[in-house]
Design a protein around this ligand. Structure first.
Ligand code: DTR
Ligand code: ZN
Ligand code: ZN
Ligand code: CA
Length: 438
């Protein structure tokens, strides 16, 4: 059997449909060719994220014990984050506003490049409540977004989308800073947002893994990350609209985000799947003086920061999220006339992290004299069957079509099969080629 498997970027293959049973020699065995794939999202060092948390802790300690709106610890936090971003090549903007009789600050950091008409933004509120240093709420999100931005700089990432990062002031007073930012965006600027990703409380000490269920593409991207590392997630329900994503969602911008829980209690079912303590709050120090550097689950902080980077890399890369790598089998497989068993054309996928996307693309090229005879399935490595074509199209010949399959519950690596069965006598044909794109 001649099998040609190629990995390539989104190239659209123009199928030359061969004449039925053309007597050409079998295609030569082509060596697998590796072509530049989309950049792999980084594993963000937890130590770097924790170093930011320890800086926030020191800032609070040196400024009356908190980093709240209108207090010196807030401005010192802004200055710390801004200096890191300036040194890494970001274009930073300090936006000021006034609320509750004090000046508030938002920090915006643009990564030069990308499509200015397609902006992907990630953000976190940087203010704490006045009762403590706010290390989980929301040093965790602030540090994760900062370290993700610094990783973009280290990678020299040049994504399709324009990347922007934001740190919001006065969230604890009612999403004041993010509302101010969004309200001051001209309508034309709002329309350029491809999405906003929010990170508020992502290191809770008794963590749950909650994904916002607002925009389906963003939600699926986060779920793909977590299923890839084998961590179950739930939809975030502890007060929908209680963080800065609401400011963006209110003006029609697609939003998503992550959360590990606040004062709600972890159920025994949740403790069984995530570990931790049932009957106890996700964060017993929520809005308290004990929200210090000890009030962090390293595991949750690590996973959620990597998920943030995964989302920025994946969603920033292209529109839509796939195509990632493609794998193709161009070997002809004869489809015997009915009655006969189904035949399959295999493709071995390797080197693709995590699960297949919700928009896995399958290109099918079948040469046949009566496609209404055929049942065509995609069979995942674990045997799950996705029907692509079920005898439709009547007397037309050939199937040259693209299908989008939600294969997000399938691990990408392994042997995928295109399975074809002829269900009626007389007409015949063969699988000419097929391709799967992640
Ligand atoms: N906004 C929060 C805590 C919070 C409560 N529910 C949610 C849901 C999603 C994100 C955050 C939250 C605070 O800063 O206190
Ligand atoms: Zn809070
Ligand atoms: Zn918060
Ligand atoms: Ca037939």
């Amino acid at each position: 059997m001649s099998l040609s498997v190629s990995r390539r970027l989104a190239a659209v293959t123009a199928f030359a449909v061969a004449g039925l049973f053309a007597s050409a020699a079998p295609a030569a065995l082509a060596a697998p060719t590796a072509v530049a794939a989309a950049p792999t999202p980084p594993d963000i060092p937890l130590a770097n994220v924790k170093a930011h948390l320890s800086q926030f802790s020191t800032i609070a300690a040196n400024n009356g014990g908190n980093r709240a709106h209108g207090r010196a610890g807030y401005k010192a936090s802004i200055d710390y984050v801004k200096a890191k971003l300036d040194a890494a090549g970001f274009t930073t903007t300090l936006q000021t506003f006034t609320t509750s009789g004090a000046t508030g600050y938002n920090l915006i950091a643009d990564w030069p490049g990308g499509d200015p008409n397609s902006v992907l933004m990630a953000g976190a509120h940087l203010d704490s409540v006045s009762s403590g240093a706010g290390i989980n709420d929301n040093g965790s999100g602030s540090a994760a977004v900062l370290e993700t931005a610094l990783a973009v700089s280290r990678a020299g990432l040049q994504p399709t989308k324009h990347l922007r990062f934001g740190w919001w002031g006065a969230e604890e007073l009612g999403l004041i800073g993010s509302k101010y930012y969004v309200n001051n965006l001209p309508t034309a600027e709002r329309a350029k947002f491809a999405g906003y990703l929010n990170f508020d409380m992502i290191g809770s000490p008794n963590p749950g893994y909650f994904v916002y269920d607002d925009d389906p593409t963003i939600e699926q991207t986060f779920k793909n990350y977590f299923s890839g590392i084998g961590v179950p997630t739930e939809i975030e329900t502890e007060g929908d609209g209680r963080s800065d994503h609401a400011s963006f969602k209110n003006v029609g911008i697609p939003v998503g985000g992550l959360f590990t829980g606040a004062s709600n209690t972890k159920t025994s079912a949740q403790a069984q799947k995530w570990g931790g303590t049932a009957g106890q709050s996700f964060d017993r120090c929520y809005h308290s003086s004990c929200d210090n550097t000890a009030n962090i689950s390293d595991t949750a902080l690590d996973r959620n920061t990597d998920a943030a980077a995964y989302a920025i890399w994946t969603l920033g890369a292209s529109t839509p999220v796939p195509p990632g790598p493609s794998f193709e089998n161009t070997a002809d497989v004869n489809i015997p006339d009915s009655p006969a068993a189904a035949v399959s054309s295999p493709i071995t996928v390797s080197g693709v992290a995590g699960n297949a996307p919700a928009t896995t693309k399958v290109d099918v090229n079948i040469v046949h004299t009566y496609r209404g005879d055929l049942v065509v399935d995609l069979v995942a490595p674990d045997g799950t069957v996705y029907n692509l074509h079920n005898r439709s199209g009547g007397s037309a010949d050939n199937i040259v079509a693209s299908y989008t399959v939600n294969a997000s519950s399938e691990v990408a690596n392994g042997v995928w099969n295109l399975r074809v069965r002829d269900t009626a006598a007389q007409d015949i044909g063969y699988i000419n080629s097929w391709k799967i794109t992640f």
